[in-house]
Design a protein around this ligand. Structure first.
Ligand code: SME
Length: 161
């Protein structure tokens, strides 16, 4: 597998996702280790889009525990009923938060984070295995395009669980 991402120079996020998807697919399909794959997915998203923070929180010991990520250090443990990550886990839904200040119970790991999207990653039996949290330092930075395209990317991880 190539060890360099090829990312088009574009301001169109859909175009970048389109180029990124087969590369992430090749990475994930050529490696069986979950942590290695989660680490590369976060690195690929960070490199392609320059998001402020990209990482996984993994369901462990009855809470969400920090997994592979790219960006500044972050909270290590999140209760299922706390923050956007906990809400996504509990509701089993993708959550787009255009303004984190307006989200009741939002956990501010870093005050630079202004908007975020969190996606649950499912086991085959329908329980949530982890969540993918992507934070931006710009308000209202995530759309249905991100929900759809990040959703396709985490399906690649789900197939390996
Ligand atoms: N903001 C998240 C917590 C995780 S960090 O921002 C990296 C939340 O409210 O769940």
């Amino acid at each position: 597998m190539a060890e360099e991402l090829i990312i088009p120079i574009s301001t169109d996020r859909s175009e970048i996702y389109e180029a990124l998807y087969p590369q992430i697919q090749a990475l994930v399909e050529s490696e069986s280790d979950l942590i290695a794959n989660l680490a590369n997915v976060t690195a690929a998203l960070k490199e392609a889009f320059g998001f402020f923070w990209v990482g996984f929180y993994i369901v462990k010991e009855g809470q969400l525990v920090l997994g592979p990520f790219q960006g500044p250090i972050a909270c290590t443990r999140i209760a299922f009923n706390k923050g956007v990550c906990g809400a996504s886990y509990t509701r089993k839904e993708i959550l787009i938060v255009p303004d984190v200040e307006q989200f009741p119970g939002h956990i501010a790991c870093n005050s630079a984070s202004k908007s975020e999207i969190v996606l649950p990653v499912f086991h085959r039996n329908g329980t949530v295995a982890m969540v993918l949290d992507v934070d931006s330092d710009r308000p209202d930075d995530f759309s249905e395009t991100d929900a759809r395209e990040l959703g396709r990317i985490i399906k690649l991880i789900e197939r390996t669980l």
